[in-house]
Design a protein around this ligand. Structure first.
Ligand SMILES: CC/C=C\C/C=C\C/C=C\C/C=C\C/C=C\C/C=C\C=C\C(=O)SCCNC(=O)CCNC(=O)[C@H](O)C(C)(C)COP(=O)(O)OP(=O)(O)OC[C@H]1O[C@@H](n2cnc3c(N)ncnc32)[C@H](O)[C@@H]1OP(=O)(O)O
Ligand code: FAD
Length: 621
């Protein structure tokens, strides 16, 4: 109940749908079969939404978790980017026109921004939308090879609509990036409309169930009314008007998905991997601890605990941080809707930073879980490869992680500069205005407050140093841009330290809010382990300025090891508490009933390579 909240009824409804749990094994399908199978489930999901009256985004998400386990479907970009962008950036008329059709899936859309030559550098995108007042149309064009749109999910074969980000030109003047609603395919024949060259970009590392696509515009006209006009308008005669607004509003869809990815991708992905690896480690017996005694569960080896329990603690931390990130997103977005945009920079910074920090940590953690499962972890039957390839995409999409950390660092530098000039910071950066103790107060009690304070000190110091180094680089004659680049490794580390502190702080606040003493104690242990591992892994950051001394570091190491034994009796319960159904895990190693070996054998017998096949037989005969 700590995790699921109101989600359970929808999950059990979804689990009753035979089409979701059963069917061919994903691992035995070709890419085309995976894609087709996903489309069948998409259609069934849409029928279920109508049948069960699922309208609320959160309700649908619970349902999707069962319908599309550990994968993204073409509904992802549709419901996660196309509809939110229409709602956030469309005028009332535009919302009325397109949102109901999109919500009923009468039209299917995607978010078309990235190009062959540019993804990160949005201002460098080349697609043009030139207004022609005679026809009252925008003419979309791909002037170069590098301007071909590349990557949008669902563009290859599925979507008949998209929001295209393009440079607006009126009368030869460039007005910058704007969003346009574009019909891509005929609603009758599903063929691409004349003037568009489109298709799938080919096999990828993961995302087999999504047709990421390409799109080239050849002077393709769309009505004037198709530019999303909540914040800027182009009148019939070509006059451009805009409300006083932050030009970064048109990046809103990215902020939304980044904010969601922390929980949906990093939190869920790592929690599933930990569930699999910890359950399996309780089933797997190997070697001897003591002569002539039964082989122990591998979870009893301290080294196995040292691999997995810090990841378990991290999974809890990322999960809680993801929930907090969602809350912050909706809170600040509501403020923005009321015209209060003051917290947009902070929202951008924290969502960019946490998206990068948590997806990188989760991606690394999922791979460690796989390694901890030995040989069977390498089998697709473990479910871990699928979880990994889909989760690790989160390090790249919605802003490449290094670039996102640098965006977060940019905000931190602005805030720190402001503090130097007497401004008081607030929200997630209020600590930059505090006087921070220069000596660590950690004692063998390891209170959560003292641990969080250690991370606070580290973040504040690293931000200060990054800022001072930037100033020194400039003072020694480098221009601001070169100074930034020459300082960028230090800047990303400062951003990571900020996000790390934020995550520890969120975990601490969750522990403090728990009323049940038993649950509180167990969560406190996990929170301590998370923080202690963070200190040990980054010990240089904590001792560099004499904040932490050698004795304290030794205490950290001792406590970390004793926590492993303390957590051991509850480890399986702690992953069971995530309440993933077997269908959602897609793993033989992580089965709830623990019946691993029998099912591995059954599964191997079903693999297509064991079926009679003429060519293989002839080649081997
Ligand atoms: C898909 C959804 C699925 C389910 C539905 C439900 C919910 C979602 C749930 C979960 C998601 C789950 C799965 C996802 C599944 C699949 C993925 C699907 C889709 C993927 C889509 C994409 O990848 S879309 C393309 C994404 N592209 C990017 O992210 C590009 C990254 N680049 C940029 O954002 C920018 O170019 C930049 C920020 C790097 C630089 O911008 P630039 O204009 O050059 O700005 P600067 O000059 O650097 O800075 C100027 C100032 O503006 C500030 N700034 C920058 N960006 C923003 C912003 N977004 N908001 C506010 N402010 C911003 C910047 O900090 C500077 O401020 P100063 O004050 O310092 O001047
Ligand atoms: C699975 C998946 C789904 C996607 N879905 C969509 C979609 O639906 N719609 C869409 O429009 N796009 C989509 N994309 C594209 C995605 O948003 C971009 O790939 C992403 O934003 C990264 O941009 P890039 O590919 O240009 O990377 P690049 O910017 O080329 O990154 C390459 C390297 O350059 C470095 N780098 C780049 N700029 C800087 C800088 N300023 N400072 C320091 N280092 C830098 C990066 O850190 C990285 O190491 C998807 C991508 C993937 C993988």
């Amino acid at each position: 109940m700590l995790f699921k909240g109101g989600g359970l009824p929808h999950e059990s409804l979804a689990l009753q749908e035979k089409l979701f749990g059963a069917g061919p094994d994903y691992n035995f399908m070709t890419r085309i079969e995976r894609f087709k199978n996903s489309l069948v489930r998409v259609q069934h999901f849409i029928r279920c939404c109508a049948r069960y009256n699922l309208h609320d985004h959160a309700d649908k998400k619970w349902f999707e978790g069962v319908a599309f386990p550990n994968e993204v479907s073409v509904l992802g970009p549709h419901s996660g980017m196309f509809i939110p962008t229409l709602k956030e950036q469309g005028s009332e008329e535009q919302i009325q026109k397109w949102v109901p059709q999109a919500e009923k899936h009468q039209i299917m859309g995607t978010y078309i921004q990235t190009e062959l030559g540019h993804g990160t550098f949005v201002r460098g995108l080349e697609t043009t939308a030139t207004y022609d007042p005679k026809t009252e149309e925008f003419i979309l064009n791909s002037p170069t090879l590098t301007s071909i749109k590349w990557w949008p999910g669902g563009l290859g074969r599925t979507c008949n609509f998209g929001i295209v980000m393009a440079l607006l030109y009126i009368d030869g003047k460039n007005y910058g990036m704007h969003p346009f609603v574009v019909q891509l395919r005929s609603l009758k024949t599903h063929e691409p409309l004349p003037g568009l060259t489109m298709g799938d970009i080919g096999p990828k590392f993961g995302f087999d169930t999504v047709d990421n696509g390409y799109l080239q515009f050849n002077h393709f006209g769309i009505p004037r009314e198709n530019m999303l006009m909540k914040y800027c308008q182009v009148l019939k005669n070509g006059t451009y008007t805009k409300q006083t607004r932050n030009p970064k509003f048109s990046y809103g869809a990215m902020i939304f998905v980044r904010s969601m990815v922390v929980y949906e991708v990093a939190g869920q992905g790592l929690a599933k991997a930990c569930t699999i690896a910890i359950r399996y480690s309780a089933i797997r017996r190997q070697s001897e601890l003591k002569k002539s005694r039964p082989e122990p569960q591998i979870l009893d080896y301290q080294t196995q605990q040292y691999k997995l329990f810090p990841l378990l603690a991290l999974a809890y931390a990322v999960w809680f941080t993801g929930v907090r990130m969602k809350e912050i997103y909706f809170m600040v977005n509501n403020e923005i809707k009321q015209g209060h945009t003051e917290r947009l920079p902070e929202l951008h910074a924290i969502s960019s930073g946490l998206k990068a920090f948590t997806t990188s940590m989760a991606s690394w953690g999922i791979e460690r879980c796989r390694l901890a499962c030995g040989g069977h972890g390498y089998s697709a039957a473990s479910g871990l490869p699928k979880i990994y390839v889909n989760a690790t995409g989160g390090c790249t999409y919605e802003g490449e992680n290094t670039v996102m950390l640098l965006q977060c660092a940019r905000f931190l530098m602005n805030i720190y500069g402001g503090v130097k000039n007497g401004r008081r910071p607030s929200g997630s950066v209020n600590y930059l205005g505090e006087r921070i103790s220069s000596r660590c107060t950690l004692t063998s009690e390891f209170t959560l407050k003292s641990l969080a304070d250690a991370f606070k000190h580290r973040a504040a110091r690293m931000i200060k140093e990054a800022s001072e180094r930037l100033n020194r680089l400039q003072a020694s004659g480098n221009d601001p841009e070169d100074s930034w680049n020459l300082n960028s490794v230090v800047l990303t580390k400062a951003a990571e330290a900020h996000c790390h502190y934020y995550m520890v702080l969120v975990f601490e606040s969750v522990v403090e809010s728990v009323e049940d003493n038993c649950v509180k104690d167990i969560l406190r242990q996990l929170c301590q382990l998370l923080a202690l591992c963070g200190i040990q892994e980054n010990s240089g950051d904590f001792i560099q300025d004499g904040f932490l001394n050698n004795d304290q570091l030794e205490l950290v190491k001792q406590k970390q090891l004793s926590l492993l034994s303390e957590i051991r009796p509850n480890a399986v319960l702690l992953v069971d508490a995530f309440e993933f159904h077997d269908v959602q895990l897609g793993s033989i190693l992580g089965r709830f009933d623990g019946n691993v070996y029998e099912n591995l054998f059954k599964w191997a017998k079903k693999t297509p390579l064991n079926k009679p096949e003429d060519l293989i037989h002839r080649l081997l005969r």
